[in-house]
Design a protein around this ligand. Structure first.
Ligand code: G3I
Length: 425
């Protein structure tokens, strides 16, 4: 059977259709038939439910045989990492590990541009734990090797996430010691890469105020199986397993002045405070940064104050998953869409990078050839024939206006002391 990776790399629409047939034709049929879903509010991030691929991938044609000259010219001093470095920052991106070593131009682009990589999925439970008694480190090891050869740092993402619980664990929880399994998992995974991880997203997306729980905690598999102290357990275990990795709490929905984001920021700050009161080891807070062009919600003083509040707690701030969803830009003109995306990057980074507590800037992907923003139902309802133009490089690996917007924002950032972990160690 074709893997998603095969399709990604061969650009085979036929393969995508084959996968579509074999994956879940039923789910697709029920999506197409559901008028209520068509009227549903935008759930762009889909962070609350497993995201399955039920849609044909965009067909961008064959992979670029080599890196375009205009991108090659952006290596060295003109690269994102050099722009970042000059201001004490580190620039990075999320990568799909299966693509590494398979696509010469992409490998070169990644090596030229970034100082830190994070795997999109390969360090999550679902990827690492095919069964209770087995760990599969094949892909995560590949990433660490790729990074080591190119003297790049690696972020660990993620040890505890409601959206990556293997079936055997979710279904067998009643008869399993989930607490012990979590401890063993963290000890094994963090222990294996001890000394090689810049920062671990120990717990990802632990809050969801609308679940109505005390302290705004999300009603998740981990909460239900272990209780609210799963958070404390995870951080203490991670610290013991690798005292040098910067332990991070990572979350989305904190970037704008919307009422929902405002509530989420409040709940996260309360969680951080309570962690500090209990002396739970924590070094940094991740702001995912899945933002939107053409949104009603503003990015400004609320984000500024949130970052300042985290800084006041003595924590670092990492921009961990930045991308710009442009489905709502009301023009099909590529230059208008690209300009809107670039402007959204500038607005967000202008606010965030002004604070020297911010040390890392990572986009959630490298090129528009592969972005999770093309995967979900909301995108396919809104723009079935318009793949997103969300990342610094276009599908042919040419720099987009977003690239230059990010460089410009880095140039304007005040100089800061680099994150305490040695750069490119
Ligand atoms: O690898 C399989 C492939 O073998 C199979 O044929 C195909 C068919 O469904 O699925 C492939 O797995 C997909 C995987 O991505 C690899 O691309 C999963 O279905 C899909 O659920 C998974 O989605 C990832 C999602 O997290 C869930 O792990 C997205 O790529 C990834 O971008 C997304 O990342 C999250 C962050 O971890 C947390 N913050 C939000 C962000 C975006 O949702």
């Amino acid at each position: 059977m074709l893997t998603r990776r095969d399709i990604l790399h061969q650009g085979l629409r036929a393969g995508a259709i084959a996968m579509l047939r074999t994956s879940s034709a039923h789910a697709l049929a029920s999506w197409q038939a559901s008028p209520s879903q068509k009227a549903a509010p935008d759930k762009m991030t889909s962070n609350t439910s497993q995201q399955l691929q039920h849609y044909p991938l965009p067909d961008f044609g064959p992979l670029p045989a080599e890196l375009p000259a205009e991108s090659r010219a952006l290596a060295g001093k003109a690269s994102l990492k050099a722009h970042a470095d000059r201001h004490g920052l580190i620039a990075g991106a999320a990568v799909v590990v299966r693509a590494l070593g398979q696509d010469k131009a992409l490998d070169e682009l990644i090596a030229d541009q970034y100082g830190i990589l994070v795997p999109e999925g390969e360090l999550k439970w679902v990827a690492l734990r095919p069964s209770q008694d087995r760990f599969d480190f094949a892909l995560s090891d590949t990433l660490f090797e790729f990074a080591r050869h190119r003297r790049m740092l690696v972020r660990g993402h993620t040890l505890v996430w409601h959206n990556s619980v293997p079936k055997w664990l979710a279904e067998g929880a009643a008869s399993l010691d989930v607490r012990q399994l979590l401890v063993e998992h963290i000890e094994t995974v963090v222990g294996r890469y001890r000394g090689r991880v810049h920062s671990w997203d120990v717990v990802n997306e632990a809050i969801l105020p609308k679940d109505g729980q005390a302290d705004g905690l999300r009603k998740s598999f981990w909460f239900d199986s272990i209780g609210p102290d799963y958070i404390e357990l995870a951080y203490r275990t991670a610290r013991a397993a690798d005292p040098n990795a910067r332990l991070t709490y990572n979350d989305y929905g904190v970037e704008t002045d919307s009422a929902e984001d405002s509530e989420r920021r409040k709940v996260i700050l309360a969680l951080l405070r309570s962690m500090q009161q209990k002396k739970i080891p924590l070094d940094a807070v991740g702001i995912q940064g899945h933002i939107k062009a053409a949104s009603q919600n503003r990015i400004g003083s609320d984000l500024r104050e949130y970052i300042a509040a985290i800084q006041a707690m003595g924590l670092e701030v990492y921009l961990t998953e930045l991308d710009v969803n442009e489905d709502d830009v009301a023009s099909d003109d590529v230059s208008i869409r690209d300009a809107a995306v670039a402007e959204t990057y500038r607005t967000f980074l202008g606010v965030a990078l002004a604070n020297p507590a911010v040390k890392l800037v990572l986009t959630w992907g490298v090129s528009d050839r592969r972005t999770w923003l093309n995967d979900g139902p909301t995108h396919h309802l809104k723009q079935p024939n318009r793949p997103q133009r969300s990342l610094p490089f276009d599908p042919q690996y040419r720099p987009a206006p977003a690239f230059f917007a990010i460089c410009g924002s880095l140039d304007e950032a005040p100089k800061r002391t680099p994150t305490t972990r040695n750069q490119y160690a």
